[in-house]
Design a binder for this molecule. Structure first.
Ligand SMILES: Cc1cc2nc3c(=O)[nH]c(=O)nc-3n(C[C@H](O)[C@H](O)[C@H](O)COP(=O)(O)O)c2cc1C
Length: 169
């Protein structure tokens, strides 16, 4: 091993599972952002945390309405999933600019994204300021999935998305 920089480390440790967080803004419009900084944090209660940059529109949305859905885009959704990780909801309506279809959630206000491999409905219980990103720890209040959509998307650093599945490729 040798000493390497952050960028090389991110590249080497790739792929990371890529997710889409759907939030609600202060005009009650849903917004979608691409996230690879997410993790499960507890089994009981079942908790997920996402780390969102304070400059993102999604940060504003999460501080306004403390719920989000975390949706795992499936193979075939690469182009739209990438747009959500590179364009801001301040400038565009991502449900209008993509083929993503909102599906009403069971227990939270932000919608789910149709054809996600898995989608978690999450209610924030704690924010933790960690620097330029804020960690939002949330309880999972409902879980949905499409068992036929086995392949979902992974990011290689911040350069591209690839698809892999629970059954191997
Ligand atoms: C592969 C990939 C992973 C990303 N992961 C994160 C992340 O974990 N947290 C974050 O705040 N932004 C992440 N981003 C950047 C946001 O998705 C991007 O800034 C987005 O345009 C923010 O949209 P918004 O302004 O509508 O919230 C990622 C982008 C890409 C392409």
């Amino acid at each position: 091993m040798k000493e390497i920089d952050r960028n090389e480390a991110f590249e080497l440790a790739s792929p990371f599972p890529y997710t889409l967080a759907v939030t609600i803004d202060n005009r009650e419009r849903p917004n979608i952002t691409g996230l690879s900084w997410w993790t499960f944090t507890s089994w009981d209660p079942f908790m997920i945390a996402i780390s969102v940059g304070k400059t993102r529109y999604s940060h504003e949305c999460l501080m306004h309405h403390k719920e989000f859905s975390l949706c795992f885009p499936s193979e075939g959704q690469e182009k739209d999933a990438w747009l959500c990780g590179t364009k801001s909801g301040r400038d565009i309506d991502k449900f209008q600019e993509t083929a993503f279809k909102p599906v009403q959630s069971e227990k939270i206000k932000p919608p789910l994204i149709e054809d996600s491999t898995v989608a978690y409905e999450c209610r924030i219980v704690k924010h933790l300021d960690t620097g330029d990103h804020m960690l939002h720890a949330a309880e999972v209040v409902a879980i949905h999935g499409s068992p036929e959509k086995v392949n979902h998307l992974y990011s290689i650093h911040y350069s591209k998305l690839i698809s892999l599945g629970s059954k191997g490729r």
